[in-house]
Design a protein around this ligand. Sequence first.
Ligand code: SAM
Length: 242
Amino acid sequence: MKIHILTIFPEMFAGPMSTSIVGRACQKGLLSIEPHNLRDYTKDKHRQIDDRPFGGGAGMVMKAEPFFEALTTLVGAPKEKKEGRKIIMVTPQGATFSQAKARELASYSELIFLCGRYEGIDERVRETWVDEEVSIGDYVLTGGELPTMVMIDALVRFLPGALGDEASAEEESFSDGLLEYPQYTRPEVYQGMAVPAPLLSGHHEQIRRWRRKEAFKRTYQFRRDLLKGRSLDIEDQVLFAE
Ligand code: SAM
């Protein structure tokens, strides 16, 4: 997968995107991440990226031209669709990012993230180029770089071969609509607190059932909204009847 990022702060990506699982995925050739400095696509000698908003008001707006120039270089004509490619505007006004969206984005061969700053990006960029707008939550950050890194970090876990254990991205919180069960490691007893007995039983079915029950309990306790409208399948009904 190839990821392009249009930003005025390409240096922000250097550390986080070359560390740990994302960094290893790049080294393995599963992923390549290329930040592009929007100032390289300006035409004036001050490399000006922003200007005052028409109609007045506080703050500055990112100009359309650097985005148009960069996107023309990267993809050609506006809205020229290519199978497997998606242009994403990172904005608090978009649909909220989720584990399902991370899985979906991991299926593309090319993603282009547009990072805003200041009051955002000239609307004509959205109208002309953007396939989808995505937010990472109902709060306002200073720029689109951190949201872009959040999305890359989440989607990379779905790239085949990126995680040591192939199954783990699918078993985690949200993947089956539940929070994950509690996890423990050595020692068996720490400061008087013991690891639950089923986990020490060595009995796979007992462990699986304990985990499933705990996942439901935890979801009910912390994120009851996730259970809304969910009906228990027969196996879960039996589990809860025990
Ligand atoms: N004036 C804009 C508004 O009210 O919708 C907010 C602009 S924000 C200060 C600057 C940039 O940060 C945005 O263009 C976007 O790229 C990014 N950003 C801020 N919060 C975000 C969020 N929750 N999700 C995704 N991107 C965000």
